[in-house]
Design a protein around this ligand. Sequence first.
Ligand SMILES: Cc1cc2nc3c(=O)[nH]c(=O)nc-3n(C[C@H](O)[C@H](O)[C@H](O)COP(=O)(O)O)c2cc1C
Length: 198
Amino acid sequence: MSMEGFSKVFEMYEAFRELSLSRHSIREFRDTKVPQDMVDKILELAATAPYASGKKNWDIKVIDDTQTIQAIADSIEAYTTALAPKIREDFREGFIEYSQSFIAFKDAPLLLIPTFKVNYSLSLMVEDEAIKAWERDNYVKSIATLSMIIHQGAHALGLGSCYMTGAVIAQEQIKKIIKIKPRHDIAAIIPIGFKKER
Ligand SMILES: Cc1cc2nc3c(=O)[nH]c(=O)nc-3n(C[C@H](O)[C@H](O)[C@H](O)COP(=O)(O)O)c2cc1C
């Protein structure tokens, strides 16, 4: 590699290192809208993510309407409140406290909601629950790769974000509030916004 090439690689590594070391999950946001060009930039980066089984079976639902965001949070809270009495008594208090992290996106100005569709193929040819689970997992894992790019991209643009899968416990309730593509499942909720300074 030429000196010029080496120095370019080193620069890229240093920039990426700084980005990675300084990223943290952000759950408290300023009441400021995320500009559309930043949303577009993040989505452009997300589209570069690797994907399983030769199929880009994912989509990203963009929600920037605060009433809808609140309605999603309320539906999750209603779900966990109804679930709490069914939880073993000695774990109940802990669950109620923990479940607050499922709605830690509620004050965000923007949610990116990655969804995925499972295309069963091998498991249609052999009856095996483990293979079926493996096939589904592959599509879920694809979402993890694109989500990490979203976090790094948002952070590079001076935005904060957090990967949240707790909310997915109330998947069916959320689906009643937002329209997602047919046969898609929700993989996570990713709140994004400018970090609230303490
Ligand atoms: C699969 C996964 C699910 C997560 N779900 C939630 C969640 O539901 N609520 C939440 O507040 N944080 C959630 N997080 C964020 C983690 O709490 C956070 O990444 C972890 O504490 C490390 O902190 P850092 O991201 O600041 O390095 C999740 C992270 C991962 C990887």
